[in-house]
Structure formats: structure tokens, C-alpha cells
Design a protein around this ligand. Structure first.
Ligand SMILES: Cc1cc2nc3c(=O)[nH]c(=O)nc-3n(C[C@H](O)[C@H](O)[C@H](O)COP(=O)(O)OP(=O)(O)OC[C@H]3O[C@@H](n4cnc5c(N)ncnc54)[C@H](O)[C@@H]3O)c2cc1C
Ligand code: FES
Length: 253
């Protein structure tokens, strides 16, 4: 039976594996399976830290959740130090996730943003939705070995085509003619994809990232501006997002 009550639960660490120069995969097993939409996130309690740390879900199958993460500070250092069979405390899944009602989808992931986009691809494949998954990284050493892309781009050309995935986005749109573009990655990637969507008249959905405190819509620490019904209003990335239509986000700089 699927547990959708978003309660905190214990999970067992199955494995931690280095999958690129700066990325690790952690796979955990839950006692209570959770239904997770691509683009949703779970939060992990990290020993000694007050605030849980949010991570997009990379995979979710047979009670096992995968997360791809980069070490940044104390929380991710703690996660990296975990050993198989360690018991951790997780909560979620939170947020809205991508809406997958479209027929032909261009999927754009950049850096660690390729993780939730890979999960989205799995979901689209299961639904028989045609898709093209492209991703960009700094160089070949940063490309996670656990992700299957249709096309990969690296800034230095050490794997796939040379340059930012954004340099190729217009060409990909013209060739593939998507009905929707889904994106996750740095702010500039999301903003550019949203602008291209407007230019070509294609819907876009972008997974935003903000430093979070409560992670459940209470503290208002993760608010962004969105345009809805002709008015600019606040939306929380953790609860109203993290996925927003590209054309409703107020893109600052
Ligand atoms: C919805 C969501 C999904 C995420 N998914 C992933 C994921 O799949 N994989 C992954 O590696 N990371 C992901 N992150 C970022 C992840 O939550 C942070 O890397 C983590 O909380 C850092 O914790 P820490 O204690 O190691 O570092 P901290 O000590 O908390 O921070 C170290 C440094 O990282 C910066 N930082 C912390 N959080 C963020 C953030 N959200 N955005 C930008 N800078 C930040 C801090 O400002 C500081 O400079 C996600 C964040 C959000 C909000
Ligand atoms: S982190 Fe508290 S409202 Fe989003």
C-alpha cells in the first residue's frame, strides 16, 4: 500500500556510489513506499543539523529511492559518509512535480539538474510519451555514469558536442518540434528555456531551486515572484513549486 501522508519515515541506506567526479548516488530503501512525481523532492535529516536538506528524486522503484547529490557543506558531507545499512530519516515527497499531459517532450537537464529530468524520462517512457533527453555538463568527468541521455553536451567538448546545451536549444526545438520543454538546472538555463518557449510558442515547465528552511510552505523563505491572472504574486518553491510554467516566473536578471 502506498503511503501518501508525507510523514517522516526511516529508510535504510543500500549503497552510495561515486557516479562522476563530483556526484554521488545514494540509494535508500523505504518501509512505506511513497508515490513520487518526477520533479518532487524528499528532505533528509542530517545528523546534528536543524534543517533537513532537500533533494530531487532521481529514481523510485520497488520501495527504493535514488538521489544524486553533490557535496556542498555539512549536510551533504554527512550523506556521503553514510554506509550501507545505516538508517536515516527522510520526509516527503514534497512539491508539485512536472505535469506530464503532453505528447512530445524535449527534456533539458544541466549539471545536477539532469537527475530529476532523468526520473521524468522514466515516467514519460512508461506512459509511451515521445521524448528527447539532452543534458549539459562542464566536461566528461562530470557526466554521471548512471544516466542515459539521447544527447550530451560538454563545455569543453570532452564528451558529446562542444558547448552549452543552450547553444543547441533552438536547433533542437526546430528539429524535434516538441509540444513541451521540461528543464532543470542553473537559473540561466531555466530562464533561457522559458524565453525560447515564449519565442517559439511552446509550453515550458522549469524546476526551480532555492535555499530552503522549513520545506513545507510555512516559513516563506523560498518565495519567488510569479505572474498569475495579470498580477505579480508570491509563490513558494517548496510547496507551490518547485515546478513552474516558464512563462509565469518573473525572471530577475
Ligand atoms: C527542490 C530542491 C531540489 C534539490 N535537489 C538536489 C539534488 O537532486 N542534488 C543535489 O546535489 N542538490 C540538490 N539540491 C540542493 C541541496 O538541497 C543542497 O546542496 C544541500 O541542501 C546543501 O546542504 P549542505 O548542508 O551540504 O550545504 P550547506 O552548508 O547548507 O550549504 C553549502 C553551500 O551551498 C549553498 N546551497 C545550499 N542549498 C542550496 C540551494 N538549494 N541552491 C543553491 N545553493 C545552495 C549554500 O548557500 C552554501 O553556500 C536541491 C535543492 C532544492 C531546493
Ligand atoms: S522553505 Fe519554508 S516556505 Fe519554502
Amino acid at each position: 500500500m502506498v503511503n501518501n501522508n508525507k510523514k517522516i519515515q526511516k529508510a535504510k541506506v543500500l549503497r552510495i556510489e561515486k557516479v562522476s567526479k563530483s556526484t554521488h548516488l545514494i540509494e535508500i530503501e523505504l518501509n512505506n513506499p511513497v508515490d513520487i512525481k518526477a520533479g518532487q523532492f524528499i528532505s533528509i535529516y542530517c545528523d546534528g543539523l536543524t534543517l533537513r536538506r532537500p533533494f530531487s528524486v532521481f529514481s523510485n522503484e520497488n520501495n527504493k529511492i535514488g538521489i544524486l547529490f553533490k557535496e556542498r557543506g555539512k549536510g551533504t558531507e554527512y550523506i556521503k559518509s553514510l554506509k550501507p545499512n545505516s538508517i536515516i530519516d527522510i520526509a516527503g515527497a514534497f512539491g508539485n512535480g512536472f505535469d506530464i499531459q503532453y505528447k512530445r517532450a524535449l527534456l533539458v537537464g544541466a549539471g545536477i539538474g539532469a537527475a530529476p529530468i532523468s526520473f521524468l524520462k522514466t515516467k514519460l517512457d512508461k506512459e509511451g510519451i515521445e521524448n528527447l533527453f539532452v543534458a549539459g555538463f562542464l566536461n566528461k568527468d562530470e557526466v554521471p555514469s548512471c544516466i542515459d541521455f539521447h544527447k550530451v553536451y560538454t563545455d569543453d567538448g570532452s564528451l558529446g558536442e562542444k558547448g552549452s546545451v543552450l547553444n543547441y536549444a533552438a536547433l533542437l526545438i526546430n528539429e524535434f518540434q516538441p509540444e513541451i520543454i521540461y528543464a532543470c538546472g542553473p537559473h540561466i538555463v531555466l530562464k533561457t528555456i522559458a524565453e525560447l518557449g515564449e519565442k517559439y510558442g511552446i509550453e515550458t515547465q522549469v524546476a526551480m531551486e532555492k535555499v530552503m528552511a522549513c520545506g513545507i510552505g510555512v516559513c516563506r523563505g523560498c518565495v519567488i515572484d510569479v505572474k498569475r491572472n495579470g498580477k505579480v504574486q508570491n509563490a513558494t518553491v517548496c510547496k507551490d513549486g518547485p515546478v513552474f510554467k516558464g512563462n509565469e516566473v518573473v525572471w530577475n536578471a
